[in-house]
Design a protein around this ligand. Sequence first.
Ligand code: BTN
Length: 241
Amino acid sequence: MILGAPHRHFRVTDSTNARARELVEAGAPGGTVVTAAEQTAGRGRQGRSWTAPPEKALLYSAILKPLDERHLLLPLSVPLAVCETAEELQPGIECQVKWPNDVWIDSRKLAGVLIEAKPQDGWAVIGVGLNLSIAPDEFPPDLRETAVSLFDPSVGSRGKVSPTPHTATAVLNRHLARWVEADRATILAAWRSRDALRGREISWDGGSGVADGIEDSGDLVVVAAGGDRVVLGAGEVHLRL
Ligand code: BTN
């Protein structure tokens, strides 16, 4: 498939996911991409908000339509596309995936994914927020220790120039178009090779244990303290530091 035709870019909007939902509900075709330089009400997972200084992050939503069984693992395949995008934009870095669908560099969050779908109407909106050139002190105080950008403008990332959101959009369009059509085995193998949590102590609302990879369904497996195997299908887990 081709992503980015048509492409709607906003200087400011509330949320590119909200714009994309409106567009798909009004009949926009699959492949439509919405980006913004700035969001006033960016949406994160679990009802959180998502903020970024203007022009310093890729704020991207793509319409996927129609949906079929290849898209069942979208929550796994989208972060893989984001990893490849980041690694192409900043050669030398290595990205990992943190269940369910964050992208990390060295245990810090580089990008988040918010997929909003209406399967009965045959569409999904794939939202991606990728930090490009946000300086550490520009992140909200509570995220300063845990968030990272592809390029740190305060140190110049060893003379490299930050990719623009425009460049990043084109690169993500290309990788995402391929990953949304990838087969299960390819997605699962790639995800497992980038799994940031495997073998690490994690906790979640209701328990803690050692992450032991993902099931073929995409669920996370954890070995709890007493040896029980727990399977998590949704929600949020945290590294125990
Ligand atoms: C997360 O919580 O990790 C997911 C964050 C997703 C943020 C992106 S920014 C572009 C798109 N529009 C939104 O309102 N949210 C997503």
